[in-house]
Design a protein around this ligand. Sequence first.
Ligand code: HEM
Length: 163
Amino acid sequence: MTPAWLYDLVLCLHLLGAFSLVSGTVVAGVAFEVARRRTSCAEIALLLGLARIGAVLVVGGTLFAAGFGLWLVNLGHWGYGTPWVDAAIGLLTMVVVIGSIGGQRPKQARKLATGLASEGLPPSPELRSLLDDRMAIVLNYLAAAALLAIIVLMVVKPGSPHQ
Ligand code: HEM
């Protein structure tokens, strides 16, 4: 029998991870979208540096949410094979894969913008194409949508009796 305090503690840590994951996604997304609209390399580099802090929150949050989430499955006897649990694991794996691929272009853009800014140069066509890369933008928005779907699954828990 799992003591209630232990379940509550693990749930709090899981939610801390989930909040970090969601807030990091918002910070990275907003900073990137604003950076794409700037014309100075120094501003672009600064904003993409902020996006990087968001990415760090996302990585830490993912580790916390996944680690403590899997522990909750055991502690609460939710069971693997339960549709919402399996769907959450699948969706979070998808978020990690497409988020890592989608994060490559912004990372390259940050390094390039920092180099150009240190030489006092304007954004090059290469920097513009990294910032406007359609595939990276689509992947990052898909990852954010999958995150929203996980939150709905966690709250509704389809297939489990309401508690
Ligand atoms: C491997 C992935 C995950 C697993 C196995 C998992 C598992 C769980 C479990 C077992 C609970 C406890 C439900 C309860 O006691 O009511 C829970 C709650 C919750 N999880 Fe997750 N989780 C995962 C990922 C996430 C992610 C990525 C987020 C958000 C971004 C998230 C947000 C939440 C929320 C908001 C709750 C509270 C829901 C409620 O109590 O109604 N989880 N999770």
